[in-house]
Design a binder for this molecule. Sequence first.
Ligand code: SF4
Ligand code: SF4
Length: 261
Amino acid sequence: MEHIPYNGGIMKINKDQEMEEREAFFQWFTEEVPDSLFPQIAAQVLFRCLDCSECCRGEGYALVDEGDIQEIARALGISRSEARERFTQPDPERNPGCRILKSTGPMNMCCFLDALANKCKIYGSRPRICRTFPMLNSDPLADDAICFYSDCQGTHRFAKMIQEKRRDPRVQKDMEKLAEQPERLSALRISLFVWLRRMLGRIEEADQICRITGIRPPQDESAFESYCLAYFFMTIKTEGLEEYLAEGNTTANKRPGPHLP
Ligand code: SF4
Ligand code: SF4
């Protein structure tokens, strides 16, 4: 589902309407957003990109949908059909409604990568899959809740960080708090979803969710990150991490595709 069923922008008339809107949102949130998405969002909150641009070249490709193409077209001041024609090609895996960004040269560089500056030319309007790489790029319904990408140094650093923090007493304490306080846990899940909306550039939606649920954006980033870490450990198995760090384990396809609600 692409859109959240609430009355964005419509003035509230009375308390009943407010309650209805809240109930509709929570029903949608419970039924449509898979549980396995939340630890992935938490991981992406904690992930630190090193801006090496390795994920913009080499094996793999960036999968885009019509929304992404529209955003690229808007950023470049061209029509959607021109953007589709000039910058995308058919998806070899035929994901419904998707195409892939064209790549160029022997390094198979994304057509939007500025090779000299090593920067994305459309960074502010980059496709969803690029915004959510790497932690949110696995299928939340699949078993591999988190993908580790050997080419990504940020992923390697992330793996080391979680290895170091795994037995940190402060993390254990936060885990206990989340386990004992369901309201805190539920507020964290909504905050994670709001964070994801903002990251995808859906600021209006994020603000609406905050208004409907009464959840405020995190005031204290470091407290939010501490809870993300605790939530990550509560929901993700970290067995195999040592092997990954020792062997540089890899997931074959670097950019498997967006599966976000
Ligand atoms: S490969 Fe990893 S660290 Fe490098 S730019 Fe991509 S996400 Fe960032
Ligand atoms: S669109 Fe930008 S961020 Fe995405 S793969 Fe291409 S160069 Fe990298």
